[in-house]
Design a protein around this ligand. Structure first.
Ligand SMILES: *Cc1c(COP(=O)(O)O)cnc(C)c1O
Length: 466
């Protein structure tokens, strides 16, 4: 499998290099040159497989040149063996034909564990083979950081530096990052917002001279292809549990950077019958504005009760735009260069082809709270604010009641107790047993100014062989 850039100019790479590279040298994102395609018969034959075995079938075509079959199987067993639920991604029914897939049973209680537990193992595997070291530099609005740190805590060939916006992540989120012991783990609180953090990471990837050529950066944000790859699996898992592939499914996906939902789009292209994908956003609704009016335009960042979706631009959307433009990298490059200066649109027929599959909704904080309360009243089931946005959007956008509607449950409600309290629900979400002592653990982090050279200076001084 070869991987190509969405901007058409960077060299094509194999899996190992894509894993280590992050952003392509032309500023684009890597995507597979072609996707594997599974027949209905083949997908049907996967019914009843464990999550790890299903994950092997879905992902192996993407990695087969880099990793022998047995090693990959073993890696997947370990990865999904750390989840606190035997089904790994259990489904909970909300109503007739309406479901939540709980993707928060991993070590850090958000869906990002699915990809980042695997990514850490993939990186260490490849680096061991190559006798190399990398510095992971990532930005987080909360959940990516803790999942990445958990995923890399046992990596021997990786130092990890995670930038989070100072005082803008929940206390549970911060503690999940800052209480993990390990010499290779470094938390930086930047006096700025998430987009400031993300911009510093992007710029550092563009010019890595601050590392003095002694190591290189690797990405763990959702531009890393391996993360998208790992997220394709649970769409298959949900479908197979509910009668797929002999009936099609609809999914509603709380989204910010368009990573998780892009994986659903790929699942469909790989042969899984999916008839609708609902893009569920909060007030940071650039994707909703594009889907409803064919206008892609940055607005000011809004801080919401669903901070993991607080973004201005949606980085993985570039991967969909690449397909919508017939994989013409030059066209994508031009479009996105224009988009950084002002609003852009795409040709009407391209936009309409996206609308065949995607619907969208933007849900404000009040409606998020109303939905948490509504579902609690109906089911005595507590949603986190991100999942609540997914459920609201699913209910608003549903096209066909006979098609199962599955909302991706992206976080455990105990990660966002303030939003739950604000909804007026009378119960407090409890942390799962394996995290019950989180508030007693010791924290370690460094506060830095919103200044690129200060952050780069810190990293160049603190990695393992600095
Ligand atoms: C990261 C995250 C999202 C958004 O995921 P994208 O891949 O950016 O679309 C939604 N909900 C939660 C809880 C998250 O942590």
């Amino acid at each position: 499998m070869r991987y190509i850039s969405t901007r058409g100019q960077a060299p094509a790479l194999g899996f190992e290099d894509v894993l280590l590279t992050g952003l392509a040298s032309d500023g684009g994102l890597y995507v597979p040159e072609s996707l594997p395609h599974f027949s209905l018969e083949e997908i049907r034959s996967w019914r009843g497989l464990s999550y790890a075995d299903l994950a092997f079938n879905v992902m192996y075509p993407f990695v087969e040149e880099a990793i022998p079959e047995d090693d990959f199987r073993e890696m997947l067993k370990e990865t999904y063996g750390v989840f606190a639920h035997k089904a790994v991604a259990p489904l909970v029914q909300l109503d007739t034909n309406e479901w939540v897939m709980e993707l928060f049973r991993g070590p850090t209680l958000a869906f990002k564990d699915f990809a980042l537990q695997l990514l850490g193992r993939l990186l260490d595997y490849v680096l061991e083979k190559r006798k190399q070291h990398v510095v992971i530099m990532g930005a987080t609005s909360g959940d990516t950081g803790s999942a990445a740190i958990e995923g890399c805590r046992r990596c021997e060939h990786v130092d990890i530096f995670i930038l989070h916006p100072y005082q803008r992540v929940s206390e549970v989120q911060r503690r999940q990052m800052t209480t993990v012991p390990g010499e290779n783990i470094h938390n930086i609180a930047v006096k700025g917002n998430f987009d400031d953090c993300q911009r510093m990471v992007k710029e550092s990837f563009g010019d890595q001279s601050f590392l003095g050529g002694k190591t290189q950066l690797a990405a763990v944000n959702s531009i890393n292809w391996a993360r998208i790859m790992a997220q394709i699996v649970y769409y298959f898992q949900a479908s197979l549990s509910l009668g797929g592939p002999d009936r099609s499914m609809a999914f509603s996906v709380p989204t910010g950077n368009f990573g998780d939902i892009f994986a659903g789009y790929l699942a469909k292209k790989m042969g899984l019958p999916i008839s609708q994908l609902v893009i569920a956003t909060n007030k940071n609704d650039i994707l909703h504005r594009f889907m409803s009016g064919n206008k892609y335009e940055q607005h000011q960042l809004e801080h919401t009760l669903s901070p993991s979706m607080d973004i201005m631009v949606s980085s993985n959307f570039e991967r969909l735009l690449f397909d919508l433009h017939g994989r013409d990298g030059a066209a994508v490059k031009e479009l996105l260069e224009n988009a950084s200066k002002g609003p852009v649109s795409i040709e009407d027929y391209r936009w309409k082809s996206a609308r065949k599959l995607f619907d969208s909704d933007a849900v404000d904080d009040k409606t998020t709270c109303d939905t948490i309360r509504e579902v609690f009243d109906q089911n005595e089931y507590l949603l986190d604010p991100h999942t609540a946005i997914g459920v609201r959007a699913a209910r608003n956008c549903r096209r066909d009641a006979s098609v199962p509607m599955i909302t991706l449950g992206t976080a455990h409600p105990a990660k966002f107790p303030d939003a739950v309290a604000e909804s007026g629900v009378s119960v407090k979400p409890e942390l799962p047993v394996h995290m019950a002592d989180l508030f007693e653990r010791e924290e370690r982090y460094t506060v830095l100014d919103n200044d690129l050279s200060e952050v780069q200076g810190f990293i160049s001084k603190h990695w393992k062989n600095a």
